[in-house]
Design a protein around this ligand. Structure first.
Ligand code: IMP
Length: 422
């Protein structure tokens, strides 16, 4: 099915739940009409799977728009693992034009080691990170001791910064985490070789995007992770260390928020979560396993089993508030096709016995709330170009509850299996 989605100057695509909503596929679809595709936050913790022409592509660090031959931008708000990036450039770099912000921060080997050691140390209290060094890299950025992409332009400065950082990080690794330390020569020579490979791509990406928008080009901002993993507004501490919410596109790229025209929230027709943390609509029956198998809910990056739950409209309503979605893409509706009845969480029952349609502002309420479900009729048939009445009713139920139109519906894994609704 061809999707006719009118191109507007700028569109942000944001995961509306806890990630893995199938953003990659929606970005890939809309990227066909875009000139520039940007990532504004996160790093190789993202895992986008795109299937087309019988091939499956898994991308962690590059914007998925590179696959469509577009200008692909990694903005200042991103953290970059140069080893992963160089690998992906080897595989896909010649498909489009790639530009990397000099202000983005580098993930260094000690960030990965500290992420791993810190999760090990936390034991049962672990966050369940992707162990790619994301949190420690953003922590150094906030502490103003990070090493940036632009440091790759100056070998002497790069080496000096590695030396200064190692003096402290090695102590920390050895004494606090009882983990292996790093040799200056090893790290410096590895990063110098990445520098040689990445230098040609380093650019003023804020200016590039500004000029593209001024020239009336279409720019797509591809959020990684998702709303409920947002550092400020998500389910802290079980969050990532960046700002996936739509306004993060403006800060992460370096343009004004008034330059963002459309904001598309991508929500799965049910919910999944990887890692730890409360999850009110998590299914407690064997249907969780059934949903996981049907939806292939295993992490792209880590291979971990994703926790599965019914659609949570309380959390989605919060995502609408945080992002200002102008429309929604409801993905993987086909995964629900086997169920005779489909519960949808419409409110939370709080510990004090009251019910609320709003996401709790306090962690204890969220930790202890129970889902209040309405049960919708299933359709129990394969989804095709025309949605059966019960599937149509499911989509409309979501639209009415959230007061946001669902413009795209995912009905299968392939690139083509997306329905456009007017
Ligand atoms: P980190 O981003 O690796 O620090 O992990 C922090 C939290 O975000 C963990 O719960 C991860 O499972 C989750 N997370 C990070 N990236 C993704 C993603 O792309 N999809 C789903 N969850 C993610």
């Amino acid at each position: 099915m061809r999707v006719h989605f009118s191109a507007v100057p700028s569109t942000v695509i944001v995961g509306a739940q806890w990630g893995d909503e199938g953003k990659g596929k929606i970005v890939d679809l809309l990227a066909q009409k875009a000139d520039v595709v940007c990532r504004y936050q996160g790093g190789p913790n993202a895992g986008h799977t795109i299937i087309f022409g019988g091939d499956t592509y898994k991308i962690r660090q590059l914007p998925t728009g590179i696959l469509s031959g577009k200008t692909a931008v990694l903005g200042a708000g991103c953290v970059v693992d140069p080893e992963v990036l160089v690998g992906e450039l080897d595989d896909y770099g010649d498909r489009g034009k790639f530009c990397l912000s000099g202000n983005a921060h580098l993930i260094m080997p000690w960030h990965v080691a500290i992420d791993q050691a810190s999760e090990r140390r936390l034991g049962k209290l672990q966050i369940g990170t992707t162990r790619r060094g994301i949190g420690p890299a953003y922590a150094d950025k906030a502490s103003r001791i990070g090493i940036r992409v632009q440091d790759l332009l100056e070998p002497k400065i790069l080496r000096q910064k590695i030396e200064v950082a190692l003096a402290e990080k090695n102590l920390w690794l050895e004494r606090v985490y009882e983990a292996d330390t790093f040799e200056l020569e090893d790290v410096a020579s590895r990063y110098e070789s990445y520098a040689q490979r990445l230098r040609p791509y380093i650019a003023d990406t804020s200016l590039l995007v500004d000029e593209a928008l001024r020239a009336g080009k279409s720019v797509l901002f591809e959020g990684a992770q998702a709303t409920l993993l947002d550092l400020d507004h998500g389910t802290y501490p079980f969050v990532t260390s960046s700002n996936p919410v739509a306004s993060g596109a403006a800060t992460g790229i370096g343009i004004g928020p008034n330059r963002l025209d459309e904001i598309i929230g991508v929500a799965k027709a049910y919910v999944t979560r990887v890692g730890e943390g409360p999850f009110p609509s998590e299914i407690e029956s064997p249907e969780q396993e059934q949903l996981r198998e049907l939806g292939g809910e295993f992490g792209t990056v880590t291979g971990r089993e994703r926790r599965c739950g019914w659609l949570d409209l309380v959390a989605l309503r919060y995502a609408v508030r945080l992002n200002g979605f102008t429309s929604l893409a409801l993905t993987k509706l086909d995964v629900l096709s086997s169920f005779a009845e489909i519960p949808v969480c419409v409110r939370y029952l709080l510990p004090d016995g009251t019910e609320t349609p709003h996401f709790p502002a306090h962690q204890s309420d969220f930790h202890h709330c129970r889902p209040v479900y309405e049960t919708l009729e299933g359709w129990e048939q394969r989804l095709d170009a025309e949605l059966p009445a019960a599937a149509q009713a499911y989509v409309e139920f979501v639209e009415h509850a959230l007061e946001v139109p669902v413009r795209l519906v995912g009905t299968g894994a392939e690139r083509e299996r997306v329905l456009a609704r007017s």
